[in-house]
Every structure is written in structure tokens, then in C-alpha cells.
Design a protein around this ligand. Structure first.
Ligand SMILES: [Ca+2]
Ligand SMILES: [Ca+2]
Length: 119
């Protein structure tokens, strides 16, 4: 008898033990049952540590340079958020410059020429 197997009802067959049924196989998040063993996995935004059981949040703010563009990155478990500086708007999660000239409000008046600046 090997670890990871249990004896079947006929006392001759080795059956896989589903370790995930008990205590989630010791896994932090996702337990994957394999024949004769099992493994752990993590939800997206988390990383499996070297103990192969524990999931740790990925700090996108420090790991991915300039992830927010013109904004402040705030790390959350499993995700992150970009808080844009004034004059910038979030597009596809990244803070990009608002082109005030394109907005419906005619900020420069009828005859004024509008020049878009960063921020
Ligand atoms: Ca198993
Ligand atoms: Ca995160």
C-alpha cells in the first residue's frame, strides 16, 4: 500500500484517495485531486508559494512597473486598482490623459483654440 491510495472493498484493489475531500487537501484555495496524489492551485491574482499549498496575493503595484500609467496603484488581495490623478481617466484599467478638447463641453469658447496637455 502506497501513500495516496486506499484498499478497495475487495481488499485487493488500490483506489485513489481524494485528499481534497479532507481539509481541502491542506490547500489554501484550489485542491486538484490526482491519482495517487493531489496538488494545490490558486485563483488568478494569487501565486502558489514554495510549500505548494499556500496562496499569496500578487502585488501587481510593485511587480509590474507603471501598471496604472498616470495614477496610483492600490493593491488588493487577488487584484489591484488604479486611482487616477486629476485630469486622467481610466481606460482598460490604465489611467490615460483626458483630452478635454474632445469633450462635449466647449471649454475654450466658440472661437478659442483648444490645446490638450498631459493631465
Ligand atoms: Ca488522490
Ligand atoms: Ca494583488
Amino acid at each position: 500500500m502506497q501513500i495516496g491510495y486506499e484498499l478497495g472493498a475487495d481488499q485487493r484493489t488500490c483506489l485513489d484517495v481524494d485528499e481534497c475531500l479532507e481539509n481541502n487537501g491542506g490547500c489554501d484555495q484550489i485542491c486538484l485531486n490526482d491519482v495517487g496524489s493531489h496538488s494545490c492551485n490558486c485563483h488568478s491574482g494569487f501565486r502558489l508559494l514554495s510549500d505548494e499549498m499556500t496562496c499569496l496575493d500578487v502585488d501587481e503595484c510593485s511587480e509590474i512597473e507603471n501598471i496604472c500609467g498616470h495614477g496610483d496603484c492600490v493593491n488588493f488581495p487577488g487584484t489591484y486598482n488604479c486611482e487616477c490623478h486629476e485630469g486622467f481617466t481610466k481606460e482598460a484599467g490604465i489611467c490615460t490623459d483626458i483630452n478635454e478638447c474632445d469633450s462635449k463641453i466647449q471649454i475654450c469658447g466658440e472661437n478659442g483654440l483648444c490645446e490638450n496637455l498631459e493631465g
